[in-house]
Ligand binder design. Structure first.
Ligand SMILES: [Zn+2]
Length: 438
């Protein structure tokens, strides 16, 4: 199990404890439950000048899912992990729908409307709503965790690969020059530059190998400007021939490859605007932020023999990663951004006309869609105990989504509130196979 967060009666974050210890504290009445997700207990006394073991929060931002890990750098112990699923696609779809309905409404022959165009001003550096939501999700979670445990540093995967390491291999450390680390950076760079395709047959989703344009056996260099990617069959067919010799029957492809070889990778492709914006906002939180490259993360993860998951990637971000990570019994939380309901005033039909009456109040009998509730039904066909997210109905009978499935028509008088909806849904499930602890 992941550890349990502890705060004292003044809400000061303390060291996370083992779930067994948390259970004892709760049993003896020394603490109470503060939050269910992530599970946090609150002590019934204030702790003056506690001895805190500082934690580092590590983030691997992704477009769909972001990995988050809390690591104690001193003891190399992983304390907590989560995978945060964003809702960028949903936001994009919803805004597209709204745009279509508004366009439809404007085009209708109703009355004269003066043309309105070019009356929107875009702030410089403004990100699209879907990207903005991803950044906000991560910042929200970093802030939340900072309130629950003693975090003193942040690590973030910043770039796909380390451009400096590619350009000036000599200025780097011994590890970079002689070790395999540079290999990971180079591969990452080439994958992006050659669009994850074999240069000779355009095959994608096949294992790709490094290929020297001018072969090593003919004094071709190891620099990235002499490297491309090829699938195994193409690489073997090419053998130790020069590319000009290999592609003499296909001058169009040869010209394309040689032109692409010279072109440097565009900055836009290498630098991800979202990650830099996230970096700026994390720095604004006042903690030291360490950046790492994707190549370094992969190198760290492979060296420690760990599986590829978002949360394990997050644990391996940056140079501060301990030599041997202790990941015993960690069960990552699966956190999904769900938003806070819809702003539509009423539902529309496919032509954009109102289909339902105006939306009623969000709260029904003190409950709101998304709240975590426990329902103990004592009589009738639905007898039993159900815990899950509630979907409210104005008539007073709710639907509850439990781990076992959807239960419909539970009357509100059976329901007890556990936690208010906070824009996220939570699940904690065991991975198929936990990685060995190196
Ligand atoms: Zn090929």
């Amino acid at each position: 199990m992941s550890k349990v967060f502890v705060v004292d009666s003044t809400k000061q974050p303390l060291n996370p404890v083992h779930p067994g210890r948390a259970r004892l504290l709760l049993k003896h009445g020394k603490a109470a439950v503060c939050r269910h997700c992530p599970f946090t207990i609150i002590l019934k006394r204030a702790v003056e000048q506690p001895t805190l073991h500082p934690l580092r929060i590590k983030v691997d931002p992704g477009s769909k899912t972001t990995g988050i890990a809390l690591v104690n750098d001193e003891s190399s112990e992983m304390v907590w992990a989560a995978e945060l699923t964003h809702r960028g696609q949903q936001i994009k779809r919803d805004l597209g729908k709204r745009r279509a309905a508004r366009r439809n409404r404007r085009q209708r022959k109703t009355r004269y409307r003066a043309p309105r165009f070019q009356n929107r001003r875009k702030r410089k550096g403004k990100l699209s709503p879907s990207l903005e939501s991803r950044i906000c999700n991560v910042v929200t979670w970093v802030c939340r965790l900072m309130r629950l445990c003693p975090i003193t540093a942040i690590s973030q995967e910043l770039a796909r690969f380390d451009t400096q390491a590619l350009e000036q291999p000599a200025s780097q450390s011994v590890e970079y020059q002689h070790g395999q680390l540079s290999g990971y950076e180079v591969k990452e760079y080439l994958l992006l530059k050659w669009n994850y395709q074999c240069a000779y047959c355009d095959g994608s989703s096949v294992p790709l190998e490094l290929d020297h344009i001018s072969p090593r056996s003919r004094n071709g260099s190891n620099r990235v400007s002499n490297l491309t990617l090829a699938c195994t069959p193409c690489n073997q067919r090419k053998g130790n021939r020069d590319v000009r010799e290999f592609l003499q029957d296909d001058p169009a492809r040869l010209a394309r490859i040689l032109a692409h070889l010279k072109a440097p990778l565009r900055d836009a492709a290498a630098v991800n605007a979202t990650r830099w914006e996230l970096n700026t906002r994390l720095k604004a939180l006042g903690l030291p932020v360490e950046g790492g490259s994707g190549g370094l993360t992969k190198y760290n993860r492979v060296m420690r023999g760990l599986d590829k998951t978002h949360w394990l990637d997050a644990a391996n971000v940056g140079r501060s990663t301990p030599a041997s990570l202790i990941i015993k019994d960690i069960v990552p939380w699966h956190i999904m951004a769900t938003g806070h309901g819809s702003r539509l005033m009423c539902r529309m039909d496919k032509y954009g006309f109102p289909r339902t009456g105006p939306k009623q109040h969000k709260r029904v009998h003190g409950f709101q869609t998304g709240d975590l509730v426990r329902a103990v039904v004592t009589s009738g066909t639905k007898q039993g105990t159900y815990v899950g997210k509630v979907a409210v109905r104005t008539r007073g009978s709710f639907n509850i989504t439990t781990a076992q499935g959807l239960v419909t028509d539970i009357h509100h008088r059976f329901c007890v509130l556990i936690a208010r909806s906070d824009g996220y849904s939570y699940q904690q499930r065991k991975e198929a196979a936990l990685p060995p602890t190196a």
